[in-house]
Ligand binder design. Structure first.
Ligand SMILES: NC(=O)c1ccc[n+]([C@@H]2O[C@H](COP(=O)([O-])OP(=O)(O)OC[C@H]3O[C@@H](n4cnc5c(N)ncnc54)[C@H](OP(=O)(O)O)[C@@H]3O)[C@@H](O)[C@H]2O)c1
Length: 368
C-alpha cells in the first residue's frame, strides 16, 4: 500500500462528487474505490475520477470488503449514516461521515460506540470546522477581541427548487432545514460559546424554537433561541424553503465580528475574510489565505485534516463529544417545533431494529 491514505466513497450523489474533486488535490490521500447501490452509477462515478472497473462496487457491502480501502467517506442521505458508519467500523475502516452524523442523539451514541470498540477514526464531516478561517475566529473570541461575548447570530437557510420526493423534503429521508443545514448554526454557536468560556465547545442550557412544517411534514423554515453558559444568547435560523443571509455575527461588550462566508469559506481555494469592529476603532478586515500549492480547496483541507489526525482516532476540530452535543441540540430544536421522523416512531423503530438496521441480539463479546 502507498503512504497515501486510501479512500473509498460510499454513495455517488452531489456531495460525493465535491469530495472526490477535493481529494484529487490532496497530498495525503487518494481515491481508490467507490460503492453505490447500482453498478451503473458506481462505474459512471468511477470513470469520472479515474478508477478501474474493479474498484467500482455495485453495493456498499462491496466497498466495505475492498482491502485497498482504509477510510470511507459516507455521503448517503442522513437516515443511512448510522447503519453504514457502524458497518464501516465493524469492517475496520476509518470514517468521515457527512453531517448530520445521524438522525438523532441515540443513533449518534451507537455510532461513537462502534468507532470506539473497533478502534477506527470517526469524524462528522463539518468541513468548515477544518478550515483556517474557523480556527482564526475561535482565536479572536478566545483572545477577547470583542470582549465578553453576549449574542451569537448564525443562519444557514436556502430555497430548494426540488420536488416533494427530494431528500430535502422527504420525511423518510430526514428532510427539512434543521438536519440538513440547521446543524451548521447549531455547531457554530456551540463552538463559539465554548471558545468564549474557555472550552472546546459548549452545550445550550435552554433552547426554544418556532417553525413552519410544510406539506411534506418537515421543517420548511424555523428559528431557535438558545441560552449558553456565560450568559450567551444565540439566535439560530435555518430552512430549505427560503433563502436568507447565510452569515454569522457575534456581538460582544467591546465590539462585533461579522463572518460573511462562514460555511463554505474559499470552497474553490483562495482567500476569505472576517470583519472585526471594535467599539470606537476603525473596522479591521482579517484576510485568511488558505495554504497549499496553488489553491487549497475546502474538501481537500478536510481530507488532509482526517489524514493528519487519523492516529488519534478523533479530530480536535470536531470531536465525538462535540458531535454528540450537536445531535442533542438538534433533537431539542426538532422537539420544540414538533418534528419527529417516521423512522423514530415506535412502530417503525421495532421494524428496523437497531441503529445498524439489524434485529436486536445479544453481542457475542457482551458481558451482559
Ligand atoms: N458537507 C457538505 O458540504 C454537504 C453538502 C451537501 C450534502 N451534505 C450531506 O451529504 C449527504 C448526501 O447529500 P447529497 O446532497 O449528496 O445527496 P444526493 O445528491 O441526493 O445523493 C445521495 C446519494 O446517496 C445514495 N442513496 C442511498 N440511499 C438513498 C435513498 N434512499 N435515496 C436517495 N439516495 C440514496 C445515492 O447514491 P448511490 O445511488 O450511489 O447509492 C445518492 O446519489 C446528506 O447527509 C447531506 O446532509 C453535506
Amino acid at each position: 500500500m502507498s503512504s497515501l491514505l486510501q479512500w473509498g466513497i460510499l454513495a455517488t450523489g452531489n456531495i460525493a462528487r465535491a469530495f472526490a474533486q477535493g481529494l484529487s488535490h490532496s497530498k495525503t490521500g487518494k481515491l481508490v474505490a467507490v460503492g453505490s447501490r447500482s453498478q451503473e452509477s458506481a462505474v459512471r462515478f468511477g470513470q469520472e475520477f479515474g478508477l478501474p472497473p474493479a474498484a467500482c462496487h455495485a453495493t456498499y457491502e462491496g466497498l466495505l470488503a475492498d482491502p485497498e480501502v482504509q477510510a470511507i467517506y459516507i455521503s448517503n442521505p442522513h437516515p443511512g449514516h448510522a447503519e453504514w458508519a457502524i458497518r464501516c467500523a465493524e469492517a475496520g475502516k476509518h470514517i468521515l461521515c457527512e453531517k448530520p452524523l445521524t438522525i438523532n442523539h441515540g443513533e449518534a451514541m451507537a455510532v461513537v460506540e462502534a468507532a470506539q470498540r473497533h478502534g477506527v477514526f470517526l469524524m462528522e464531516a463539518f468541513m468548515y470546522r477544518c478550515h483556517p478561517q474557523t480556527a482564526r475566529l475561535v482565536e479572536l473570541i478566545r483572545d477577547g477581541a470583542i470582549g465578553k461575548v453576549r449574542v451569537i447570530q448564525a443562519t444557514f437557510s436556502f430555497r430548494t427548487g426540488a420536488g416533494a420526493d427530494s431528500r430535502l423534503l422527504d420525511p423518510e429521508l430526514g428532510g427539512g432545514g434543521i438536519l440538513d443545514v440547521g446543524c451548521y448554526p447549531v455547531s457554530m454557536s456551540r463552538l463559539l460559546a465554548g471558545a468564549a468560556t474557555g472550552k472546546p465547545f459548549a452545550n445550550p442550557l435552554k433552547l426554544s424554537a418556532v417553525g413552519h412544517l410544510g406539506e411534506t411534514g418537515v421543517d420548511d423554515y424555523t428559528a431557535a433561541v438558545a441560552m449558553f453558559p456565560g450568559e450567551i444568547v444565540a439566535q439560530l435560523a435555518t430552512g430549505v424553503r427560503v433563502t436568507q443571509e447565510n452569515v454569522v455575527r457575534i456581538y460582544g461588550e467591546d465590539g462585533q465580528i461579522f463572518v460573511p462566508s462562514p460555511w463554505s469559506p474559499s470552497r474553490d481555494g483562495g482567500a476569505s475574510k472576517i470583519i472585526v469592529r471594535r467599539n470606537g476603532k476603525p473596522e479591521e478586515e482579517i484576510v485568511i489565505e488558505t495554504v497549499g500549492e496553488a489553491r487549497a480547496y475546502l474538501y481537500t483541507i478536510e481530507a488532509d485534516h482526517v489524514a493528519a489526525h487519523l492516529a488519534a482516532r478523533q479530530s480536535p476540530a470536531m470531536s465525538w463529544a462535540d458531535s454528540l452535543g450537536n445531535m442533542q441540540t438538534l433533537d431539542s430544536w426538532r422537539e420544540a417545533i414538533g418534528l419527529t421522523y417516521p423512522l423514530e416512531k415506535p412502530e417503525h423503530a421495532t421494524a428496523v431494529g437497531t441503529s445498524a438496521r439489524r434485529p436486536l441480539r445479544r453481542r457475542t463479546d457482551s458481558v451482559m
